[in-house]
Design a protein around this ligand. Structure first.
Ligand SMILES: [Zn+2]
Length: 427
């Protein structure tokens, strides 16, 4: 099986590549970048990428696929279909399924289901503690042997610093990154949106930025103490970005990601009590959004991840206080980044590829991903940076429709997704 992605513009910061080249993929692996003048090798399937950007496959390192246990919201098959339609060749699956992914049996089940679906690569993330209950460490070694790439208690953050320290020491021994959802529940409990002027006006209980800041600072200190590799999920506050910036200046092994909704929307969007504006961490006020943009600009923020969190319509149709946290994101993440970051001059296209491919591969230790070097996996995201389009949630491959971006017009999108040398999506 040979595929030539011809006439495109290759943007691959992992090898300083930013030029018009053809990409040859053989038996699922990159066989090389060819000059246009080299012509077309015999017997290859040709994918014409004229006018397109050809990038190493995008990796969404933070998604909730809901299977096992909540297949009415999403299955692994529907989740990976949504992923490739959104331009993602790989996703990392958070462990808060039912049961929680705290054992090699659940890890293996997820990998088997993903293989059966045969679209995007799925890399499972194991839980930090058994049942994500914060009391007892999970069997990280067994799960690593089964295929996990990191550990996290996302959604039910490890409450005590002592337990987090032990988790980091344990994970470090297995070479696993610890991903934390920073939220001190003693500050945030009962909150349904960002605490501030808007929450007062709307009469909703707020979650203060300090709830995220406290845990972010704690995790940076513990990363320094333990030498573990620590990644902060979906940073949304000025304080969390600043904590990471200072930790990096001191060469502590801390990285972080941001979700598109946190820089694309403000807490004022909650005004109509639309439950598709409810997620955790919550939409923040302007000063925090400004800090996220600055973090994207100055490389404090390492990755863009969607935190794709499907919920059934019946659950989201409850009143704001009672509806579950979370929105879908696989279909909109790349379009929003092109439209709101690249075209607005916040980041360059090279930096976008770093944020969505090179850096997630590095942080998750995904060898042969996040690059189009010879010998790497033939995972490719093809972008049309100027395509004007409208996102329609009704056309999404996800089983759920809980998005705040329905009907949004964007400029730029992923138009094809290639996994292991196979075109798995083409718009
Ligand atoms: Zn989370």
């Amino acid at each position: 099986m040979r595929l030539l992605i011809a006439n495109g513009y290759v943007v691959d910061p992992s090898q300083g590549q930013n030029s018009g080249r053809n990409v040859l993929i053989e038996d699922g692996r990159v066989a090389g970048l060819l000059n246009y003048g080299d012509g077309i090798p015999e017997g290859v399937e040709v994918f014409d990428a004229a006018g397109m950007i050809v990038a190493p496959g995008f990796i969404d390192m933070h998604v909730h696929l809901r299977e096992p246990g909540q297949e009415y919201k999403e299955t692994i098959a529907s989740g990976v279909a949504a992923a490739v339609a959104g331009g993602w060749t790989s996703v990392c699956a958070m462990p808060n399924t039912q049961p929680i992914n705290d054992s090699s049996a659940v890890t293996r089940f997820i990998i088997e289901q993903a293989n059966r679906a045969g679209l995007a690569n799925v890399f499972p993330i194991g839980s930090i503690t058994k049942g994500s209950e914060g009391a007892e460490l999970a069997e990280m070694g067994e799960m690593k042997d089964a295929g996990i790439v990191a550990v996290s208690d996302d959604g039910r953050p490890v409450p005590s610093a002592g337990m987090m320290r032990r988790a980091m020491e344990y994970a470090r021994g297995f070479g696993l990154t610890v991903i934390d959802h920073c939220e001190d529940k003693s500050l945030a409990k009962g909150g349904v949106m960002h605490e501030g002027r808007m929450s007062l006006m709307l009469g909703l209980k707020g979650m203060p930025a300090a709830a995220e800041d406290t845990d972010a600072v704690r995790d940076c200190l513990l990363a320094e103490l333990t030498g573990a590799s620590v990644h902060l999920a979906h940073v949304s506050t000025r304080g969390a970005v600043e904590a990471v910036r200072q930790a990096k200046e001191r060469n502590i092994r801390v990285t972080c990601e941001v979700a598109p909704h946190h820089w694309a929307l403000l807490d004022s969007a909650v005004e109509g009590y639309d439950t598709n504006m409810k997620m955790s961490p919550p939409l923040r006020s302007q000063e925090h959004v400004d800090a996220l943009i600055e973090g994207l600009r100055d490389s404090t923020i390492d990755c863009i991840a969607t935190d794709h969190a499907p919920h059934h319509q019946d659950e989201k149709e409850l009143e704001f206080d009672r509806a579950p946290f979370g929105i879908t994101g696989l279909g909109t993440g790349i379009g929003l980044a092109l439209d709101r970051l690249v075209h607005k001059g916040v980041i360059s296209i090279e930096r976008l590829v770093e944020l969505c491919s090179v850096n997630p591969a590095k942080i998750m230790g995904l060898d042969g991903r996040g690059t189009l070097r010879k010998g790497a996996w033939g995972d490719v995201t093809i972008l049309d940076p100027d395509c004007e389009w409208t996102f329609k949630s009704s056309e999404s491959k996800s089983k759920s429709r809980n998005t705040p971006f329905d009907g949004w017009k964007m400029r730029g999108r992923a138009v094809a997704t290639i996994v292991g040398g196979r075109v798995v999506y083409k718009s």
